[in-house]
Design a protein around this ligand. Structure first.
Ligand SMILES: *Cc1c(COP(=O)(O)O)cnc(C)c1O
Length: 367
């Protein structure tokens, strides 16, 4: 049995006819960028997340870059972010001249809210909460800290479409939520796409202006903007998928619960689930003890089971951020996680037999 780490075709096949019909409808409409599909998607997605506004853009990275620009991050401003975050999170900050201030993750692989305050200086302007792997950060603590220190909160929801902290949906808790619709994401398009969500009319209008070269009125430019537009085809297809997002997330919870219950190997610790949260399981991540991670990947590969490492190099050790001057040992928890984690097969449409096979191989690994 050959099992891929992710299998987008399976999910596609479930709703194939709906996607096909919508694609043909958009192609026949004669209108392909910033039209009714984008407008409707923005309304429907804002409603789903629980914000007043949503603005579609071209990618998750663009959403982050725009968000930090809109809240006013510029040269030398400090933004707090988890040391085990994805590189795009850090790029969203630095593209505006901001400086990432790394805080180590907690036992749930998300920013450790108890270690944020000690990093706050007079230059700190914002906290970026990355709800990694579909699991929310501790938003009560983080919003409390932000309020006490007058900081903005940007949520990176690229892996958490529908994730909840208590009864609030991620993307509606901070000042701005940033989403990616890259095909592998919980709400994935058929190409690139992204969005921001916010309750601020001012932020939403600014984002709309910036995504279109800095223009509100045709051919009048108020500032130097970007070209970052969600296209009609992606928006139309995302509208179709959005109607199924809750059932897709529920299915992922069923898959994750089976892994939680049946993985039984003392070398393997599945990611702990945070209380008070609804996880959407963007990835199913396990931590492997005793430096056995690479051996396990090899063992699974020999048995035709694909895996991915999210992520092998933490941002502070990335070549792209060499100029920040960090070295090995500066963020030991993030560095340890980078050597321990594996994302095992997790996708909508995985069969019981496939999952049983993965579990059997994980449980028979001896190290
Ligand atoms: C995917 C991802 C992004 C970037 O999204 P793109 O659409 O690929 O630009 C940002 N942050 C996180 C946490 C992601 O997983």
């Amino acid at each position: 049995m050959k099992i891929l780490p992710n299998n987008l075709k399976r999910q596609h096949d479930i709703y194939k006819d709906e996607f096909n019909n919508k694609a043909v409808e958009v192609l026949n409409s004669g209108w392909y960028v910033l039209g009714n599909e984008v407008k409707s998607f923005e309304e429907e997605f804002a409603k789903y997340i629980g914000t007043n506004y949503c603005v579609g853009v071209a990618s998750g990275l663009d959403a982050l870059e725009l968000a930090f620009r809109i809240i006013g991050i510029e040269n030398g401003d400090e933004v707090i972010v988890a040391s085990n975050a994805y590189i795009a999170c850090v790029m969203g900050i630095t593209k505006n001249g901001g400086v990432p201030i790394f805080v180590e993750p907690d036992e749930y692989d998300n920013i450790d809210a108890n270690k944020i305050e000690e990093k706050i200086t007079s230059k700190t302007k914002a906290i970026l909460t990355v709800h990694l792997f579909g699991q929310p950060c501790d938003m009560d603590k983080i919003m409390g800290i932000a309020k006490a220190h007058n900081l903005k909160v940007v949520e990176d929801c690229a892996q958490s479409h529908g994730t909840k902290w208590k009864d609030q949906t991620c993307g509606a808790i901070g000042d701005i939520g940033c989403f990616s619709f890259y095909p592998t994401k919980g709400l994935g398009a058929f190409g690139d796409g992204g969005a921001i969500t916010t309750n601020s009319l001012e932020y939403a209008e600014h984002a709309k202006c910036l995504r279109n070269y800095g223009s509100k009125v045709h051919y009048e430019f108020e500032e130097v903007g970007m070209n970052s537009r969600l296209d009609e085809l992606q928006a139309g297809l995302l509208r179709v998928k959005l109607t199924h997002l809750d059932e897709l997330n529920e299915e992922r919870n069923v898959i994750a619960n089976k892994y939680n219950e049946e993985i039984n190997n003392e070398l393997i610790t599945p990611l702990k689930t945070r209380p008070n949260s609804y996880n959407t399981w963007h990835q199913y991540v396990i931590h492997v003890k005793d430096n056995k991670r690479d051996k396990l990947i090899e063992y699974l590969k020999e048995n035709d089971i694909g895996t991915i490492i999210h992520y092998p190099i933490p941002p502070h050790l990335s070549k792209a951020y060499k100029h920040l001057g960090y070295k090995v040992g500066d963020f030991p928890i993030a560095e340890r996680y980078a050597n321990e984690v594996i994302s095992i097969p997790m996708y909508n449409g995985i069969t019981k037999e496939e999952q049983d096979y993965v579990i059997e191989k994980l449980n028979s690994f001896k190290g």
